[in-house]
Structure formats: structure tokens, C-alpha cells
Design a binder for this molecule. Structure first.
Ligand code: MRU
Length: 358
């Protein structure tokens, strides 16, 4: 997708320099910086500090992290240790483990000089597959937007939470992909972008990427969605997910659950868009999902740009106050109208998912 009119993907490999290139998302929307990851520890650090974030993108970064590990030291013991460190770099999104397991399946037992090409090809395949899956999510979700538009015959207002846009994936995004497809088809769409405290991914990333693609959007405080729904100003919600259980429960950025409750109370369709790499087929009870508990400084401090264009961080809470920063919550399947996947749209239930993914 576009930044300043130029097409980008969020991650790629520079074969000449043997480095992984990422867009540093901690600097957006104020500065557009491309950063080099040279070692597996650089990849782990980029995931931890959220220079890269969003479930599919951290999976892809972990995959490329193993390519960097192979360049550093292709001993199986080093790769095993690196893969363990990558998996624990952020706990909630299942894509990390999914991508690392897929890479290690290819790399385990390989002790010859083909290992680099094998690793690079697999990391590239993971990215190419994600792009295709996200594009298909868009085409499948487009049908839902078209249906709403055919009845309403006016701008379709879509509420989203956090950033499940192309910046969270390799390209297209999950929740935003149907929106991009609708826009391409000439359907008038407008997005309510939840600010998404504390890190403001909705304001800093979703609004930013929609602006770059020329899609109308308005940032709202996280608590505004309810009144907009009561006023009839939201036609549908589409969010992403970091881990979807086989029973259709959805773990996503904290605050998603409250939006789903408000949507339910107002009879507004609440869709979740995901590639199959985000499905956890093993955990049965959502209480077993590891919910990331991040540094409370993300709440007590805020970053912005001053009048001279410098990025500044300031404290906004009393120094003595305690803050708590749970990063994700779970929306029970009963509040989810449907799951938009690369294979089609299904009910958020064991039967629904089983029909699509045998
Ligand atoms: O903490 P983040 O910014 O990594 O959280 C991202 C989200 O919650 C997204 O909604 C999710 O990863 C889906 S990405 C297509």
C-alpha cells in the first residue's frame, strides 16, 4: 500500500546487504523511517518494542529473524535457542509461534550450506501467503460492505479498533482489506478509527494509512463508539485478532470486547477479519490465552510532536499513581457476527470454522 504515493510492504529482505528492512512504526505518523535488522536479537527487540506490531507482521518478523539467525550461526542449537526467544518476545499473538514452528520445520536437521536459501524462501513464502490471504479477506469482506451499501445507498460507516491495517500485516491488512476493496470499487466508505489508548495505534497508524490511501476517516476517543452506535452512525464494525480460538472466541486489542457489547446492544454487525495463521486450534478456554501485561509507562507517558517537529515524550499522570496496562481482551464468539477469513465468511463457532478449515 502507499506512503507518500510510493508502494511499500511492511518488511522485506535486502539480499545484497543481508539485512531485513522494516518500517519503524514507533515513529509513525510523524516520521517515516526504514530500519535495518541485522541480527536475530534485532528482530526480537523490534517485536518487543513494537517497531513492528500486529499479529501477522510479528509472525513474519520472527520468520525473518530466523533467516538472520542462520546468517549469524547456523548451528541447530543456536537456531533452537533463537526460535524460543522469538516465540516469547510477545505472548498473545499466536502468529509468532505459528511462523517460528513453520520455519523450524524446514530448518531442523539441515546442516549444509543450503540452509540460508531454505530459510529465506520459507520466510518469503510466509509473507507472500499473508499478502494473498489478506487480499482474499478483502474480497470476502467486500461482499458484506456491498450488501450494506445496496440497502443504504449512502456512505457506509465502519468502526474499527486498534490497527488491523496493512501496517499490521505485510500488505492490505485484515480489517482494512475489505475497506480498501470497497474504496477501489467506488463504494463510499468512512471509517471511525478508535484512538486505541494507550499506544494510539488507531490514531497513529489506522488513520495515517487510510489518509495515505485517500479513505475518509475520523479518529474518535475509545469511549465514543457507543454513542455513535446509538445515533445510527455506525453501519458495521470490523476488527482484527491476535488469537482466535477454535470455538470462535476472539482475542484482540484491549477494548474490542466493549465495542462488541455496544454493537450487540445496538444490533450492529460486528465482524472479525483474520488469516488462518491467527487461529489457535489447541487452547479450549479463553482464560488460558496469555494476555500481555505491558509496561505501565505506556499509560503514564505520551509521545507526540512539538512545534519544531521533534518527537517528545511527556508524563501525563501523577508520579505517585499506579497504572495497569493489559494489552488484549477476549470477545466471546456469541458477540461476533462472523469471521472474515481467506477462505470465506463463517459463523464464529466450532462448526463455522470447521466448515471452512477441514
Ligand atoms: O499491540 P498491537 O499493536 O500489536 O495489537 C495489534 C492488534 O490488536 C491487531 O488488531 C491485531 O494484531 C490484528 S492485526 C491484523
Amino acid at each position: 500500500m502507499k506512503i507518500n504515493g510510493t508502494d511499500y510492504q511492511t518488511i522485506w529482505f535486502d539480499k545484497e546487504k543481508k539485512v531485513v528492512k522494516i518500517i519503524d512504526q514507533t515513529k509513525l505518523p510523524h516520521q517515516f523511517t526504514i530500519k535495518d535488522l541485522k541480527t536475530v536479537d534485532d528482530a526480537i527487540n523490534a517485536i518487543k518494542t513494537m517497531e513492528v506490531r500486529g499479529a501477522p507482521l510479528i509472525g513474519a518478523t520472527a520468520a525473518y529473524g530466523l533467516v538472520l539467525a542462520v546468517i549469524e550461526n547456523s548451528d541447530q542449537s543456536f537456531l533452537k535457542k533463537s526460535s524460543e526467544n522469538l516465540i516469547i518476545s510477545r505472548p498473545t499473538a499466536i502468529n509468532l509461534k505459528w511462523a517460528v514452528d513453520r520455519m523450524m520445520n524446514k530448518l531442523s536437521g539441515i546442516n549444509n550450506d543450503k540452509i540460508f536459501e531454505i530459510a529465506l524462501n520459507e520466510a518469503k513464502d510466509i509473507c507472500q501467503e499473508d499478502i494473498k490471504f489478506c487480499e482474499n479477506i478483502g474480497l470476502n469482506g467486500l461482499k458484506i460492505i456491498e450488501e450494506i451499501y445496496s440497502k443504504k445507498k449512502n456512505t457506509v460507516n465502519i468502526l474499527t479498533h486498534c490497527n488491523a491495517g496493512w501496517l499490521a500485516t505485510i500488505n492490505w491488512g485484515t480489517a482494512t482489506s475489505p475497506i480498501y476493496q470497497a474504496h477501489k470499487k467506488g463504494i463510499p466508505v468512512h471509517v471511525w478509527a478508535d484512538e486505541t489508548r494507550p499506544r494510539n495505534q488507531g490514531a497513529n497508524l489506522t488513520s495515517y494509512e487510510l489518509n495515505e490511501e485517500g479513505i475518509k476517516n475520523t479518529i474518535i476517543a475509545d469511549n465514543t463508539g457507543g454513542i455513535l452506535m446509538q445515533r445510527g452512525e455506525v453501519d458495521m464494525c470490523i476488527v482484527g485478532t491476535d488469537r482466535t480460538l477454535a470455538n470462535g472466541d476472539v482475542c484482540n486489542k484491549v477494548g474490542t470486547y466493549l465495542k462488541a457489547l455496544a454493537a450487540h446492544d445496538n444490533n450492529i454487525p460486528f465482524y472479525v477479519a483474520l488469516p488462518s495463521s491467527t487461529i489457535d486450534w489447541n487452547i479450549k478456554d479463553h482464560k488460558d490465552i496469555p494476555i500481555e501485561d505491558r509496561n505501565s509507562e505506556e499509560l503514564s507517558h505520551i509521545e507526540g510532536i512539538d512545534e519544531k517537529g521533534n518527537i517528545k515524550k511527556i508524563q501525563i499522570y501523577p508520579k505517585k499513581s499506579k497504572a495497569m496496562n493489559l494489552a488484549f481482551d477476549v470477545t466471546p464468539a456469541k458477540y461476533v457476527t462472523g469471521l472474515i477469513t481467506e477462505k470465506g465468511v463463517c459463523e464464529a463457532s466450532t462448526e463455522g470454522l470447521r466448515k471452512l478449515f477441514k
